[in-house]
Design a protein around this ligand. Structure first.
Ligand SMILES: [Cu+2]
Length: 666
């Protein structure tokens, strides 16, 4: 009797392996795997529960592209009790914890069908640390062809502790204990006495945090899989844009642009995160004017200074010295890509032993300043997680510091000449834009996953709401005369016109603060053209994420009724559409709006006029393909402009626009 049941179950598993799962079924599987991550899989998830208990990852070697090697390896590590316990914090910057998470990534990325993917995930979910599991499955879903059409549930609703103030989490617990639903107002972490609070809506925006963590999942520094195009340059560019955008937000809030960090001077701004790990206690707090301490087991401050000077030496020399002593030239358009790999540093760095890992070490050093010698057993700081790092003002200081190193390299390159910038088929005669207006609105997110689940206590609805920046949709019209039909490359930039003292920036001063608003390809015909473009078409931004409760409901309904999942696939990497337009002010903040058109030969793919390749290539490239624009990211404002006349080509049009802020919005 018993044996028959086992045999039937085996048959079901084997039969299941041959049938491919619909998108709705796979989405449902993903939702269930990441739902309530700190509790065991719900017994109502029969198939996953069964796999968690009875699936044997080492018995399916032909379902893995590596012959099951990664699965055998991980199972062995678990059997030998080498892996991190559950209910413990996880940080990607912790070397051993990262190794474990990557072992699971390895298993999942080698799974060749969805059954193997989901059964393995269910099996390891119950045996590995929850943080490692979430990181691994998010990265695997991002990169595996088996799951590439799925929607990743928003991390702020999967691991709410990383995004939500402890005060709110405590209220959520009380709500469940007393079985009273609640919707709680979340404040920013500092008081109004701290000028940095004026821009906390940017650094603490959960959509921005989500973009940042997903950027690093699309482009992991440890990535050794298929080559990712211009990964180092994208590291520079995505963070450069965060820096430029943060400075613009500061200017509209009467703050001066961010000052860079110095290893030999105190960290001016402290930070109290008001956030706790689900397991591991509170995120450490750093007071104002903390002098840097060496961090045991990570780096001495003198190491940081040496690493920096080796990189700056390389920039001055114009080459990177590889491990074998040969040179990689960086005094050209590809130099930025190499330098990005070096500074991050990623697996692509030509000589990490010599040039170190400036960015990653800096994150760790900053994160550990509250307890540099481990005397107080503090868990990692907010700087040691990509989803929490931008909350800390030190994040932007650190990135300004690295951004200035990149600038040192870009400033060494020769300025573009008029001949290089001129595209004589196009003459832009004007640019119109509808009203540009920002406002704050209330946003609600679900906290259900913050709470523990048992079969005996019912869940109650708990949500948080928080003020977030948004803007009215806008449209611009670019009027361009063409001599002949052509596909053209259009770049749209926005740059603050005045500094914090209301002194107009010189073009060469503010070009580094230029914000990419859109990058697209369009066909023009001989004669006059009106190129109309909407804010929501921008290839820089993604729309609001589908909430986790909605995602769960839609997938369950679709599977139950045997219909398709009626949600479009969408990338998780992308600047939030809401934050596309920097905040204005009551009187209208002046920005330069620059439109720069070049020829279709800058397009890397042939179909860019009708295919946006996932929508968010501006800061996130195209997944699995080449970055669509052949020109350096930020072109033509990436180089010095010693003579304004050079950029005054007919295919460039600059005008001043005002961005208003409606402080009385509803
Ligand atoms: Cu980052």
């Amino acid at each position: 009797m018993r044996w028959t049941t086992v045999a039937v179950a085996l048959l079901v598993v084997v039969a299941g392996a041959e049938a491919s799962r619909s998108r709705a079924e796979r989405q449902l599987g993903l939702n269930r795997l990441v739902n309530k991550i700190t509790s065991p899989l719900s017994s109502s998830y029969a198939e996953l529960k069964e796999a968690a208990t009875n699936y044997d990852p080492t018995a399916h070697d032909d379902h893995f592209s590596d012959g099951g090697a990664a699965a055998h390896n991980l199972v062995e590590e678990i059997q030998d009790h080498h892996v991190l316990e559950q209910h413990h914090w996880f940080s990607l910057f912790n070397t051993r914890q990262r190794e474990e998470a990557l072992m699971l990534v390895d298993v999942l990325l080698h799974a060749t069908d969805s059954d193997t993917f989901f059964h393995c995930a269910a099996y390891f979910r119950e045996k590995m640390n929850e943080g490692e599991f979430i990181y691994a499955i998010y990265v695997a879903v991002t990169h595996s062809p088996v799951t590439s059409d799925l929607i990743l549930p928003p991390l702020y609703e999967v691991t709410p502790h990383m995004f939500t103030n402890s005060e709110i989490i405590n209220k959520a617990y009380t709500a469940k204990m007393t079985q009273t639903p609640g919707n709680f107002n979340m404040e920013f972490s500092s008081s109004k006495k701290n000028p940095e609070t004026r821009v906390a809506y940017f650094g603490e925006d959960i959509g921005m945090n989500s973009h940042h963590v997903h950027w690093h999942m699309d482009f992991p520094f440890w990535w050794h899989g298929e080559h990712i195009d211009r990964k180092g340059e994208l590291f520079f560019w995505a963070h450069h844009q965060l820096t430029a955008r943060f400075d613009a937000e500061r200017l509209s809030n009467w703050l001066s642009p961010v000052d860079e960090l110095h290893w030999d001077r105190p960290i001016k701004d402290g930070f109290a995160p008001h956030t706790s790990y689900k397991f591991g206690g509170e995120f450490p707090t750093r007071p104002d004017n903390k002098a840097f301490d060496d961090v045991d087991g990570v780096a001495r401050m003198s190491d940081m200074i040496i690493t920096e000077s080796r990189i700056r030496d390389a920039i001055a020399h114009g080459y990177i010295e590889k491990e074998d002593g040969t040179h990689v030239n960086i005094d050209d358009v590809h130099g930025i890509d190499v330098l990005g790999d070096v500074i991050e540093s990623s697996v692509y760095s030509p000589n990490a032993a010599y040039y170190g890992a400036l960015h990653n070490q800096a994150h760790r050093v900053l994160g550990a300043q509250a307890d540099p010698h481990g005397k107080f057993n503090m868990p990692p700081g907010v700087m040691e997680h990509f989803e929490t790092a931008t909350r800390d003002p030190a994040f932007f200081r650190l990135h300004k510091y690295m951004d200035n190193i990149f600038k040192e390299h870009k400033d060494k390159l020769p300025p573009y000449t008029k001949e290089e910038l001129l595209h004589d088929n196009i003459h832009i005669t004007g640019v119109d834009v509808t009203e540009l207006k920002t406002f704050f609105e209330d946003f609600e997110n679900d906290l259900g996953n913050a709470l523990d689940t048992t079969e005996t206590v019912a869940d109650v609805k708990v949500t948080a709401h928080v003020a977030r920046l948004n803007h009215e949709p806008y449209t611009y019209n670019i009027y361009a005369h063409a001599d002949h039909d052509e596909t053209i490359t259009v770049r749209v930039y926005l740059t603050p016109k005045y500094d914090e003292n209301q002194i107009a920036y010189d073009m060469d001063d503010n070009r580094w603060g230029t914000i990419l608003m859109d990058l697209f390809w369009v066909n023009v015909h001989a004669g006059d053209n009106n190129i109309e473009r909407h804010s929501y078409d921008s290839t820089v931004a993604i729309p609001d994420r589908v909430s986790f409760p909605t995602l769960i409901q839609k997938a369950e309904e679709a599977v139950a009724s045997g219909s398709e999942l009626d949600l479009p696939a969408s990338r998780a990497c992308g600047h939030p559409q809401r934050l596309l337009l920097p905040k204005g002010n009551d009187y209208g903040m002046d920005f330069w709006l620059d439109v720069f058109i070049s020829g279709g030969e800058d397009a890397v793919h042939d179909d860019l006029t009708e295919n946006d390749h996932g929508g968010t290539h501006g800061y996130c490239g195209i997944h699995g393909q080449k970055y669509p624009d052949k020109k350096p990211m930020g072109y033509p404002f990436d180089r010095r402009i010693p003579d304004h006349r050079v950029v005054k080509v007919p295919n460039h049009f600059g005008r001043v626009v005002q961005v208003f802020h409606d402080s009385h919005h509803h």
